[in-house]
Design a protein around this ligand. Structure first.
Ligand code: SAM
Ligand code: SF4
Ligand code: SF4
Length: 336
């Protein structure tokens, strides 16, 4: 294995792969119905990478230092051959960790298959415990009960579960404390995600961000929490622990405390493009490459060359103007 670094000395260690651009939710901050409506043109199947193509690319990334892969979407559990993909990725030598980000609505039926395929851990997105509010956010009629059933099923089959909650001002701040209480009692790590200016369709502005500091202040009125040291370079979440317990609570502070200097992540979007930043405007067409290049070394060299030129540090430099005007890839393509 070779270790490659970008222009700022950041190694390539993590790969996020969006396996579909489709989703059964229409979260108002991610895939608003006005844009992702009945007539929205999702990618035809042949424009998605096949499992074999994903595995071939993943092997190239692992040979360049990637040791973690996260599968995302859209909603990754909508992809029928996902268990086979997980099984094939699990067999890659040198890949230490495979994780999945999901809205959990399909987990009650699919948890067993993905666990059997070799998956060890999942991140479930849940933005509210209050059912009426949750349904207003996901705009698709799925209940909190359904997601909680999915979480329970995942725990029952032995998957490690973390829960992620995007906090947006005026949307769900009143769920910050109830979510903390609920998941603390369950012994499940909850992570609050600051609302980010991903894509161009979600109406982001600074006034809608609830910062980590505001959330810590709210939690501190109810719980005693203490910081936990990061486990490794590039750990995204700022971690805390409820005093006297092993249960953690974390924060993804892309807006208030950016972490570009330790960003070791590459992303393959649903259309097979490689992005070296969540907020990139353009990507490199790996689908075209994997379909035309018969030599694995050619794929590997191309990825190494792209990473070697990387200078992304969008969140370090974010301004209200760049957030509003920069053309960025949609979250449902790039997967978070
Ligand atoms: N559908 C799956 C899910 O919701 O877990 C996987 C894909 S989703 C795009 C990945 C994560 O991105 C979810 O936790 C979602 O809440 C988060 N997300 C989407 N738009 C966001 C935004 N503008 N700011 C912060 N997080 C966002
Ligand atoms: Fe779908 Fe996830 Fe986006 Fe919600 S956040 S619309 S579940 S892709
Ligand atoms: Fe990495 Fe880009 Fe996010 Fe900075 S803004 S942490 S470079 S993905």
């Amino acid at each position: 294995m070779t270790v490659i670094t970008d222009k700022f000395g950041r190694p390539l260690q993590d790969l996020r792969i969006s396996v579909t651009d489709r989703c059964n939710f229409r979260c108002t901050y991610c895939m608003p119905k006005e844009i992702f409506g009945k007539d929205y043109a999702f990618l035809p199947r042949k424009h998605l990478l096949s499992n074999d193509e994903i595995v071939r690319l993943a092997k190239a990334f692992v040979s360049l230092g990637v040791n973690k892969i996260r599968l995302t979407g859209g909603e990754p559990l909508l992809r029928r051959d996902l268990p086979e993909l997980i099984a094939d990725l699990s067999a890659i030598n040198g890949l230490e960790d495979i994780a999945l980000t999901t809205n959990a609505s399909l987990l009650p039926n699919k948890a067993e298959a993905i666990k059997a395929a070799g998956l060890k851990r999942i991140n479930v997105s849940l933005d509210a415990l209050d059912n009426e509010l949750f349904q207003a956010i996901n705009d698709s009629g799925v209940s909190t009960d359904r997601v909680l059933k999915g979480i329970d099923k995942a725990l029952e089959v032995g998957l490690e579960v973390k829960v992620n909650m995007v906090v947006k001002k005026g949307m769900n701040e009143n769920q910050i404390v109830p979510m903390a209480k609920f998941f603390k009692d369950k012994g499940v790590t909850l992570r609050y995600i600051e609302f980010m200016d991903v894509g161009t369709t979600n109406g982001w502005d600074y006034s809608k961000v609830v910062s980590k500091k505001e959330i810590v202040d709210m939690l501190s009125a109810h719980f005693e929490i203490e910081p936990v040291d990061p486990d490794y370079l590039g750990e995204v979440a700022k971690r805390y622990r409820y005093k006297g317990t092993d249960t953690e609570v974390g924060f993804i502070t892309s807006v208030s405390e950016s972490f570009c200097s330790t960003c070791t992540r590459a992303r393959i979007a649903a259309d097979g493009k490689l992005y070296t930043c969540l907020f990139a405007s353009s990507g490199f067409d790996l689908k075209e490459l994997v379909r035309s290049e018969s030599d694995d070394a050619g794929i590997r060299d191309t990825i190494a060359d792209i990473w070697g030129k990387r200078v992304d540090r969008y969140s370090d430099e974010r301004t209200e103007i760049s957030a509003k005007n920069k053309k960025k890839i949609e979250m449902s393509y790039i997967g978070g």
